[in-house]
Write a new protein. Structure first.
Ligand SMILES: Cc1cc2nc3c(=O)[nH]c(=O)nc-3n(C[C@H](O)[C@H](O)[C@H](O)COP(=O)(O)OP(=O)(O)OC[C@H]3O[C@@H](n4cnc5c(N)ncnc54)[C@H](O)[C@@H]3O)c2cc1C
Length: 509
């Protein structure tokens, strides 16, 4: 059943539900569906209606006070189906080593491992309607440093695929235009006693729903914002005893990092794009995080331009940094940089390259406590403080991109498959990251880490079951629970974790 708070003053709801979920985006819909199929009674509170409205979207406005970032009301959508209404659909699971502890990455090491989410892989594939994902392939000739990884693209908008099911399920009540505004706690047990919500009209009353278990599924910025704003009984916010809610905000920084010229056939190109990533071996040895490097074939016209105009630049590209020169000398002691006097045509004749394109990175950002979502001073129409995002990247994040880019360049040059020209800012160890003004894409609209998972309340907000450490019956769904981010788009893992959480809840209620 779907009820729109716009149409009714007081909705005819059950007195009690097994589970109440705030947020009917990807995670909320997946959990509701899975619980309903197991016969559990679910109430879904969704702040938006069936379509975009300025009034709902306005609540997502906030401040960006750190590293340049997208406006917060542009980077997500606040209506049924959530941000899946404009996602790109790129899907791939995290790597097994993304869950593991890496000695050189502070705060890494989930309390669960790949074996905990793998049983939900097939169901996640069905949920987003993609073909089975191919296994990663080691890249022969890369010295064990690189592997090829594969994505599938989902065409699913969750509102469209699951709207009818939500309307017809006997076990799901979906309340539209119902804004979760507060979390009431039982003063004796500290458990959640009810979720408080309200419609948009100024004279709408605050209503409360009761359930055995409660789930926040409002996205990686709203989940911490709701916990921090729920300060009527806990001045520091719910679940925030150790000042961790909102901290460790992570994104996948996206950058154009250089150009390549290749022998298309030997590079496995001649198709639109190819993805390479550092192996666990390179990550451990070079002490970096994970990174996806996308080889994006230029269109015919750009390719011609690159082949003609940047050939000499690319031929000399191995001289672009001391690191590259040292490396080339180590594998080819006779190597010398083409001198400015050397006629480029002679050098180029030796390099029969026919493919060219852009090298792009989508990399893992390592956990950083000062990269955070907090509450700003401005309030929304409900008097709740808006989100303030202080996104902060660290030197290790830059190192990850540089090292991974160089590994691709090394592999191409060593196998004489091609040449890579990394941009100067990538090679410059002192330089930071470029911003929007330089025409960069910056990030993936992936909001992760702000209610991070861990085995101890001292360094995390939720436990391995996605339950808030300090509140027995309050759970969090979505990428805010990610402890580390990998380089892969998050939604496939969000779906796996949501299915796992539904199983856990079904065992309790
Ligand atoms: C432009 C863009 C492209 C993307 N491309 C990809 C991609 O290719 N691959 C990928 O994996 N990911 C991609 N993403 C990210 C993906 O959309 C998110 O990971 C995913 O939607 C998160 O799911 P969620 O359920 O946690 O949050 P959402 O889908 O955002 O759902 C949150 C829900 O909570 C509701 N809500 C918010 N506040 C309240 C409240 N107070 N009370 C009640 N309800 C509330 C919202 O209306 C919304 O329906 C992209 C995102 C964007 C913006």
């Amino acid at each position: 059943m779907i009820i729109d708070l716009e149409d009714v003053e007081s909705p005819a709801l059950a007195a009690h539900y097994d589970v109440c979920i705030a947020g009917a985006g990807v995670a909320g819909i997946v959990i509701a569906k899975a619980l309903a199929e197991k016969g559990r009674k679910v109430l879904l509170l969704e702040a938006g209606g069936k379509y975009f409205t300025d009034r709902s979207q306005d609540i997502y406005r906030g401040n960006v006070v750190g590293h340049e970032y997208f406006d917060l009301d542009v980077s997500r959508l606040r209506f049924l189906g959530g941000s899946s209404n404009h996602w790109g659909g790129w899907c791939r699971p995290l790597d097994a080593h993304d869950f593991e502890k890496h000695a050189h990455i502070d705060g890494s090491g989930w309390p669960i491992d790949i074996g905990d989410v793998a049983p939900y892989h097939a169901a996640a594939t069905e949920t987003v309607s993609i073909e089975p994902l191919p296994d990663d392939q080691d890249v022969a000739g890369s010295g064990g440093d690189l592997k090829e990884v594969f994505f599938r693209t989902s065409q699913v908008w969750f509102k469209d695929k699951y709207g009818e099911l939500l309307a017809n399920s006997e076990n799901i009540d979906l309340l539209l235009r119902a804004n979760l505004l507060d979390i009431s706690l039982d003063p004796l047990t500290g458990r959640v006693a009810g979720f408080q919500y309200c419609g948009y009209h100024p004279d709408d009353e605050m209503l409360e729903v009761r359930a055995d278990a409660y789930v926040l599924a409002m996205g990686g910025i709203e989940n911490p914002r709701a916990l921090l704003n729920a300060n009527s009984q806990r001045p520091q916010g719910v679940g925030n005893e150790n000042d961790l809610v909102g901290r460790y905000f992570m994104e996948h920084p996206h950058f154009d990092i250089g150009y390549y010229l290749v022998d298309q056939k030997r590079a496995g190109l001649g198709r639109e794009r190819r993805f390479l990533a550092p192996t666990r071996q390179l990550i451990t040895e070079a002490k970096i995080a994970n990174c996806g490097i996308r080889l994006e074939e230029a269109d015919a016209q750009t390719r011609e331009m690159l082949l003609k105009e940047t050939r000499s630049d690319l031929t000399a590209a191995v001289c672009a940094s001391n690191a590259a020169v040292d490396w080339v000398k180590s594998v080819n002691p006779g190597f010398r940089c083409p001198s400015p006097m050397e006629r480029p045509e002679r050098v180029l004749k030796k390099l029969p390259f026919d493919g060219a394109g852009l090298l792009r990175s989508a990399s893992e950002q390592v956990p950083c406590p000062t990269s955070r979502v907090s509450l700003g001073d401005e309030t929304d129409q409900f008097g709740r403080r808006r989100a303030a995002l202080h996104w902060q990247l660290s030197p290790l994040d830059k190192d990850t991109i540089r090292t991974s880019g160089l590994a691709v360049g090394r592999y191409f040059a060593e196998q004489n498959i091609g040449r890579v020209r990394l941009f100067d800012w990538v090679l410059d160890e002192q330089a930071g990251f470029p911003g929007f003004e330089d025409g960069e894409e910056l990030a993936g609209n992936h909001h992760m880490g702000t209610t991070r998972m861990g085995s101890s309340a001292a360094d995390s907000v939720v436990n391995g079951d996605c339950r808030v450490h300090s509140v027995d019956n309050l759970y969090v769904a979505g990428s805010s629970v990610f402890r580390t981010a990998g380089h892969t788009n998050p939604t496939f893992t969000i779906v796996q974790l949501a299915l796992r959480l539904a199983d856990h809840l079904a065992g309790l209620v």
